[in-house]
Design a protein around this ligand. Structure first.
Ligand SMILES: NC(=O)c1ccc[n+]([C@@H]2O[C@H](COP(=O)([O-])OP(=O)(O)OC[C@H]3O[C@@H](n4cnc5c(N)ncnc54)[C@H](O)[C@@H]3O)[C@@H](O)[C@H]2O)c1
Length: 267
């Protein structure tokens, strides 16, 4: 028996990196998956790989900051598969730069995607989950949502917001006794395209820094001394999406190679 048989899932930002790994993993375990992304070609490529493996999925263009689009996406999921049971609120961007360099435009753009988009995802997912009679919401936060990160203050603020939003959603659902759970996931340094886009998404194209060497970062700052893979995160998301985690809500799952556990000094 596969772990997500009968589940109906939505993964935002499902066209790349962690979202792509989550989409293929949920589908592999029997969920029917809506893979949405602002990059429709990328979402379609992920769906093609799911279908090639005999899974069920469809791709749709979605900007998570667009409220009207949320209504349409939920209607499409409903008409294709039925009531949503599983949400992976994953879409996010990172804009790098010191606080004094960050423009208000960049701050707001990052917050719109990373935090407003998560709010909208929950607002439109919960009614469907309540109709379904069960639900699991997984929000993609970060280690940067647990502790400060120089040069990533705006990003860190959004991810810290996601962390506590997840707990509040969990409490509201528990109060409603609706069988909907909500947890946050906190990846460390994971090898995905996000690292090469961190400056490209800044509104000021003149503000470009050297590429980020995540291997070197991990060698110094990660006790396991290596970067993580998108699949490492998808494995945790699968657990939170499945009934194996049925007694977990309002929790945070940290998958970071030990970054937040302590410091290992190698000489
Ligand atoms: N990679 C890491 O080391 C790491 C660490 C901690 C947290 N995260 C978080 O994991 C999530 C996924 O990141 P990733 O590393 O896979 O990055 P990624 O850039 O590979 O994937 C992000 C996806 O989100 C999509 N996206 C961007 N803006 C969107 C919007 N407005 N609406 C819908 N989709 C949008 C992009 O097109 C892309 O396909 C993000 O929330 C990120 O903050 C990543």
């Amino acid at each position: 028996m596969r772990q997500l048989e009968g589940k109906i899932a939505l993964v935002t930002g499902g066209g790349s990196g962690i979202g792509a790994a989550c989409s293929t993993t949920l589908a592999r375990e029997g969920a029917r998956v809506a893979v949405t992304d602002v990059d429709l070609d990328a979402a379609q490529a992920v769906v093609a790989s799911i279908i090639a493996a005999d899974g069920h999925a469809f791709a749709a263009h979605q900007d998570v900051t667009d409220e009207a689009r949320w209504v349409a996406i939920m209607a499409e999921i409903q008409s294709r598969y039925g009531d949503l049971t599983t949400l992976v609120a994953n879409a996010g961007i990172g804009i790098r730069g010191g606080i004094l360099d960050m423009t208000l435009t960049d701050w707001r753009r990052q917050t719109a995607i990373n935090l407003d988009g998560v709010f909208l995802s929950v607002k439109y997912a919960i009614p469907a989950m309540r109709r379904a009679g069960n639900g699991s919401i997984v929000m993609m936060s970060s280690v940067a949502g647990l502790r400060g990160a120089p040069g990533l203050a705006g990003y860190s603020a959004t991810k810290g917001g996601v962390r506590l939003f997840a707990k509040s959603v969990a409490m509201e659902c528990a109060m409603a006794n609706d069988n909907v759970r909500c947890n946050s996931v906190h990846p460390g340094i994971i090898e995905t395209p996000i690292w090469s886009k961190m400056d490209a998404v800044a509104s000021d194209p003149a503000r470009r820094n050297a590429p980020i060497d995540i291997g070197a970062m991990a060698a110094v700052g990660v006790p396991l001394a290596r970067v993580g893979l998108a699949q490492d995160i998808a494995n945790g998301v699968l657990f939170l999406a499945s009934d194996a985690s049925s007694y977990m809500t309002g929790s945070e799952l940290i998958i970071d190679g030990g970054m937040t556990g302590g410091t290992v000094r190698r000489t």
